[in-house]
Write a protein that binds this ligand. Structure first.
Ligand code: GLN
Length: 199
């Protein structure tokens, strides 16, 4: 199994460290050639700045081929800005952000949803299929509305902060900034299941 990690901006190195600890091979996705040959089985879209990432995805000509792979059923784990890149619709979008995200997951994500005072915070929360885990939020979005096919996996103070739709997994928080590898393991199981279904 090999995981691709979008490495144009943001907290990709932290995801790499998690995969290293789990003994999983990964590759960084930085340019269009990295997407050729479909040589990875799952993709991580890290936290960072979704507006910048969306722009870089276009500039580097990664956007269309990556979107096609996601639509084709590639398992994807999006954290924070990665969640925003996957959301069908974004509240509080900046500039032309609505044009520069994949819009593959049937949900409305509210960007920078926690206001200024609560720019970042952490707590122990419960995620379905994962258990109790530390959740670190940094200028995080939350999921304001879900489509029928989307399963909420975690709620914090009545707001949905993790969800899954088929092969797409998103968290508004950052498991890669903690020592807990349970969410990565959950994602890797999704990737393994998809691999088995293809063989
Ligand atoms: N606020 C950022 C955005 O709008 C997301 C923050 C994060 O990924 N930690 O893209």
């Amino acid at each position: 199994m090999k995981i691709g990690i979008l490495a144009v901006q943001g907290a990709f190195a932290e995801h790499e460290r998690c995969l290293e600890k789990l003994g999983i091979t990964f590759m960084e996705i930085r340019k269009a050639e990295d997407l050729q040959n479909h040589s990875f089985d799952g993709l991580i879209l890290p936290g960072g700045e979704s507006t910048v990432m969306g722009k870089l995805l276009h500039d580097l000509e990664l956007f269309e081929p990556m979107k096609a792979m996601i639509k084709n059923g590639l398992p994807v784990f999006g954290t924070c800005a990665g969640l925003l890149l996957l959301a069908k619709s974004i509240e509080n979008a900046e500039g032309n952000q609505e044009d520069s995200h994949f819009a593959c997951m049937d949900m409305v994500a509210k960007r920078n949803a926690y206001g200024r005072q609560l720019g970042s915070f952490s707590l122990i929360g419960e995620m379905e299929g994962v258990g109790k885990i530390p959740m670190v939020f940094i200028r995080a979005p939350y999921i304001a509305a879900l489509g029928k096919g989307v399963t909420p996996l975690a709620e914090v103070e009545g707001k949905i902060v993790a969800a899954r739709e088929g092969n797409l997994l998103v968290t508004a928080f950052h498991p890669e900034l903690t020592e807990n590898l349970a969410v990565h393991k959950y994602f890797l199981q999704m990737v393994e299941n998809r691999r088995e279904s293809l063989h």
